[in-house]
Design a protein around this ligand. Structure first.
Ligand code: NAD
Length: 353
C-alpha cells in the first residue's frame, strides 16, 4: 500500500501505528533519521513560511497551533501544555498534526503527534547539542524525568554518545521510572537527590520540567564553565526554568526569535539581548561553540518546522507500509460542485437500505 492511493482518502497514523512504526525502525535509528530531517529543514530555513505559533492561554495551560510551509507541503500541529494534567492521570503535552499538498490544499497525512513531539523535541535538542556541546561530552544531567525525558536521553546517546546520566525530579517516582525504562540501553544512571547533585560534573544539563510559573530549576552557582544547557521546559509566557543570571553568562541559541522572545527563557531578557539562530549555526553562517570554557544554552521552545520535518519523515516511512488507516476525510462528489447532490444521493441510498 502507498500512503496516498486516493487523494480523497487520507492516511491516518494512530497512536498504535506510531508505536509500531517507531519500534519497527528502532527508537535510536528513528531519532537519528528524524534528526537528519530536522537538520535538513534547518539548512533550508529561508524557504519556509514562518510565524510564531498561535497560542490560546488559560489559567492552567495553553493550546497552540503551529503552521508552516515550504511552498510544496503545508503542515500544522495542534498541541497543548497543561502541567497539572498529570495529577488527574492525563499527560502534560498531547498533539496531532496534518501535512497537506500546497497545490491542491488537500491533506496528505493526519497523524498522532504526542509520541512524535517527544521524538522531534529530543531530535532537535540533539541536533543543537551536536554544534554546541563541549567536545567529547559523555555526561548529561537530566532534570525533570517526565514524558520527554527518556526520549532526550536516547537522542543524546544516539547522536552525541552520552552514556552517563544524572537524573533528578522533585517526584522520586518519576526518576525511578525513568531509570527503569532506560535499563539495558547502555547508560550508567545515577538517581540524584537534588538538582545540585545532578549537575555535578555534567557536560550537558537538560531541563525538562513542567510547572506553569517562572521556576528556578538552575541557579547561577550551579553552572560552571564548559557546559551546554538544553532548556526544554520553559516554553510559555511566565513559564521558565533558569535564573536570569545564567542567561547573562551564556551564549544563547534559539529556533525562531519572534516566538522564543515571547515563550523562551529569553523572555527574562531585554528584547535586543544578542542571540544566535540555530539554523545559522547549522548552515555555517554563525559559530556554535567557539571555546572550551563557554557556556552555551539552547533555549528550546519547539518550532513548527520541526513538526513539519517529523511529519515529512513519518510520511516517507509509510511508503510500502500498512501502518496507517485510511480516513474518509475529504468529501468527494462525482461532480466537484455538486456537494449537495452527493448529500441527496446519500439520503436516497440510506432510505432504500
Ligand atoms: P511531564 O509533566 O510529563 O514531566 C515533567 C516533570 O517535571 C515531572 O516529572 C515533574 O515532577 C517534574 N518537575 C516539575 N517541577 C520540577 C522541579 N522544580 N524540579 C525537578 N523536576 C520538576 O512533562 P513533559 O511532557 O515531560 O514535558 C516537560 C516540559 O517540556 C513541559 O514544560 C513541556 O511543556 C515542555 N516541552 C517542551 C517542548 C519543546 O519543544 N521545547 C516540547 C515538549 C514539551
Amino acid at each position: 500500500m502507498t500512503p496516498t492511493p486516493n487523494l480523497n482518502i487520507v492516511p491516518f497514523v494512530s497512536v498504535e501505528n506510531m508505536m509500531d512504526l517507531v519500534l519497527a525502525v528502532g527508537v535510536e535509528t528513528f531519532l537519528v533519521e528524524l534528526a537528519a530531517y530536522v537538520e535538513e529543514d534547518f539548512r533550508r530555513w529561508e524557504s519556509f513560511d514562518k510565524t510564531a505559533r498561535i497560542a490560546s492561554h488559560s489559567p492552567d495551560g495553553v493550546i497552540e497551533l503551529m503552521p508552516t510551509s515550504d511552498g510544496k507541503l503545508y503542515g500544522f500541529k495542534y498541541v497543548n501544555g497543561h502541567p497539572k494534567n498529570t495529577r488527574t492521570g492525563r499527560q502534560t503535552v498531547t498533539a496531532f498534526g496534518v501535512l497537506a499538498d500546497v497545490d491542491s490544499g488537500y491533506p496528505l497525512l493526519f497523524s498522532e503527534m504526542t509520541i512524535l513531539t517527544a521524538l522531534r523535541t529530543a531530535a532537535t535538542s540533539a541536533v543543537a547539542a551536536k554544534y554546541l556541546a563541549p567536545k567529547g561530552a559523555r555526561t548529561m544531567a537530566l532534570i525533570g524525568n517526565g514524558a520527554q525525558s527518556e526520549f532526550q536521553a536516547i537522542a543524546f546517546k544516539a547522536l552525541l554518545g552520552i552514556d552517563r546520566l544524572r537524573l533528578y525530579d522533585i517526584d522520586r517516582q518519576a526518576t525511578e521510572r525513568c531509570r527503569r525504562n532506560l535499563e539495558g540501553m547502555g547508560f550508567s544512571v545515577l538517581s540524584c537527590s537534588s538538582p545540585e547533585e545532578a549537575v555535578e560534573g555534567a557536560d550537558i544539563v537538560t531541563t525538562a520540567t513542567a510547572d506553569k510559573q517562572n521556576a528556578t530549576i538552575l541557579t547561577d552557582n550551579m553552572i560552571g564553565s564548559s557546559v551546554h544547557i538544553n532548556a526544554v521546559g520553559g516554553d510559555c509566557p511566565g513559564k521558565t526554568e533558569l535564573h536570569r543570571d545564567i542567561l547573562l553568562r551564556s551564549d544563547i541559541f534559539v529556533e525562531y526569535p519572534p516566538q522564543t522572545r515571547i515563550e523562551g527563557e529569553i523572555q527574562q531578557l531585554d528584547a535586543d539581548h544578542p542571540i544566535t539562530e540555530l539554523w545559522q549555526v547549522v548552515t555555517g553562517a554563525a559559530t556554535g561553540r567557539s571555546s572550551a570554557a563557554q557556556v552555551t544554552l539552547f533555549d528550546s521552545v519547539g518550532f513548527a518546522t520541526e513538526d513539519f520535518s517529523a511529519l515529512r519523515y513519518v510520511r516517507d516511512q509509510l511508503v510500502g507500509s500498512d501502518r496507517f488507516q485510511s480516513l474518509d476525510l475529504v468529501a468527494d462528489p462525482d461532480e466537484p460542485r455538486d456537494l449537495f447532490g452527493m448529500l441527496l444521493r446519500r439520503a436516497r441510498l440510506t432510505a432504500t437500505a
